[in-house]
Write a protein that binds this ligand. Structure first.
Ligand code: NG6
Ligand code: CA
Length: 509
């Protein structure tokens, strides 16, 4: 047979044919699966490998098999800005309206942005977000919860989404699968308002007798499953979640996604509801710690991590999967429900040695656990003091998967892949932390500078947490004084000036 192609082309065609008939197995060490387990409000000291007094054997195993960081940060002391920065590679304070989002907020990350899942999707990964979103959904307010809701995660790089739209304590208290509310009965449509009660429905405030867990501050509006929330909701009765089942639902969806993609590189962003309020463990975990619901949901979180590990083991994927475990912000005890979190702590100290907590400019607001497991690749039981920020996941994973991210995109993200897998102890040189009210701090080397601001000394609602705010500049030596008790600003004015200038430069980038 006469060939119509030049000799070189024949070889190319032959290769194409071979690859079509015998596809190269997708799973290889160059494109390991990535599972990012992103917990909610879990403090530096909340897990036993970081000194917590609650048993977390499965979470600890990630560190025992892999790498434990002591200097890792969320970019912000609340959820929405931390998630925004992690997924976009840009500090959230650069964009207005990225504080804690109401449950009816529209999408904060719009199509066309460079995103962490987008980069991995471009690298050929199947990408999923399962769990808490809290980055807004849809284009225009008010969102119609009875139709397709977009844009959302599927428009910014995720192939699959199974979501709590905002938080467990905000309406609507329903799951979304891709663009739609799960189990929605068209005869019982959902309406949501963050301003006024709808249809004279019971509320926590008017009908406390209907509550199985009492609110302590805020959270006195619509009731689902005997728990009042932030915001008003009408309808969608069959679609409403049962808080006791949320962890199991997220585990099941995650297992299914892993199973479906066992032969294909995947990225799973598993954003747990635990350990955010309302803390309502499944009955398997209720009472197990003797430290009240906050302790019990930590054990439930540990179960979640164990279930993921088990699934990977079952599918023989452990060696080809990186698991990253971290938290979106620091701990809080009473965050709006009477659940005994403060009273029943015992020896457990969620804050580690740090001052402040969720919402705060002090370290406990943003210094979080970070564990990375990659069996066979990361030395088991290793520890790192590298300065790490979640904003760097984007460029670090781009580096791992050989993706180019233009310089003018994801501008705050740096490639620290080598530090993330423990090949170097050198992480970032500096980073910016964001507390509530957009108050910024700057960490460089051993020092931390908190910009002066007029805010109150305590978080102005009943969480009993110091903000770290002061109208005077603050400078702390984190190495000698991790508890931020000794303000060195007046002793070291030159250092203050240097830090202030460096922060201003980053702000103006
Ligand atoms: C606060 C809520 C708190 C929690 C937080 C967001 C009140 C009084 N407090 O406004 O309960 O929902 O927002 O938490 O409403 S985060 O982890 O999602 O940032
Ligand atoms: Ca949070």
């Amino acid at each position: 047979m006469k060939l119509f192609f030049k000799p070189g082309t024949q070889l190319l065609l032959l290769c194409c044919l071979i690859f079509t008939v015998f596809p190269v197995k997708a799973q290889s060490h160059n494109n390991p699966n990535i599972i990012l387990i992103y917990t909610d409000d879990l403090g530096y000291g909340d897990i036993s490998i970081y000194g917590g007094d609650i048993p977390t054997p499965h979470i600890d195993e990630l560190g025992e098999n892999g790498l434990k960081f002591s200097n890792a940060y969320a970019t912000a002391a609340t959820c929405t800005p931390s998630r925004y920065s992690m997924l976009t590679g840009e500090y959230a304070w650069r964009k207005k309206g990225t504080g804690v989002a109401p449950g009816d907020a529209t999408s904060l990350i719009l199509p066309g942005r460079t995103t962490l899942p987008g980069v991995l999707q471009q690298a050929g990964y199947k990408t999923a977000v399962i769990g808490k979103w809290h980055l807004g959904l849809g284009k225009e307010a008010p969102i119609n919860w009875n139709e397709e809701i977009k844009p959302g995660p599927l428009e910014i790089g995720f192939d699959y989404a199974y979501l709590l739209p905002a938080t467990g304590d905000r309406v609507p208290t329903v799951f979304l699968e891709n663009h739609r509310v799960v189990n929605l009965d068209p005869e019982d449509p959902i309406t949501v308002s963050y301003r006024k009660n709808l249809n004279n429905n019971p509320t926590g405030n008017n009908n406390p007798e209907q509550l199985k867990m009492m609110y302590s501050h805020g959270h006195d509006q619509s009731i689902t499953n005997g728990i009042s929330r932030i915001g008003y909701m009408n309808g969608g009765e069959k679609a409403r979640w049962k808080d006791e089942d949320i962890a199991d639902v997220l585990v099941n969806k995650s297992e299914a996604f892993i199973e479906e993609n066992k032969e294909h590189p995947f990225f799973l962003y598993l954003a747990t509801h635990d350990i955010h309020v309302p803390r309502v463990p499944h009955k398997r975990f209720a009472g197990v710690t003797g430290k009240g619901p906050r302790g019990d949901v930590i054990v439930q979180l540990d179960y979640t991590v164990g279930a993921i590990q088990k699934k990977l083991r079952e599918l023989n994927l452990e060696e080809n999967t990186i698991i990253i475990f971290t938290s979106d912000n620091g701990p809080v005890l009473d965050d709006g429900y009477v659940d005994g979190a403060a009273e029943r702590l015992g020896e457990h100290n969620p804050f580690g040695n740090f001052r402040g907590g969720k919402y705060s400019a002090f370290e406990a607001g943003t210094r979080v656990p970070l564990l990375v497991q990659w069996k066979g690749r990361i030395t088991a039981g290793s520890e790192s003091t590298a300065l790490m920020s979640q904003v760097d996941f984007l460029r670090s994973f781009a580096a791992l998967t050989n993706q180019k991210v233009p310089k003018n995109k994801a501008i705050d993200s740096q490639d620290h892949w080598q530090a993330l897998i423990g090949k170097t102890a050198q992480g970032r040189k500096s980073l910016v932390q964001e507390a509530i009210r957009n108050v910024l701090s700057y960490v460089e080397g051993d020092y931390k500078y908190i910009a002066p601001n007029p805010g109150p000394a305590m978080v102005p609602w009943d969480v009993n947490i110091e903000t770290g705010f002061s109208d005077k500049p603050q400078l702390y030596n984190l190495k000698n004084d991790p508890g931020e008790t000794n303000n060195l600003a007046s002793e070291m004015p030159k250092k203050v000036e240097e830090m202030k200038t460096a922060l201003t430069q980053i702000e103006n980038q």
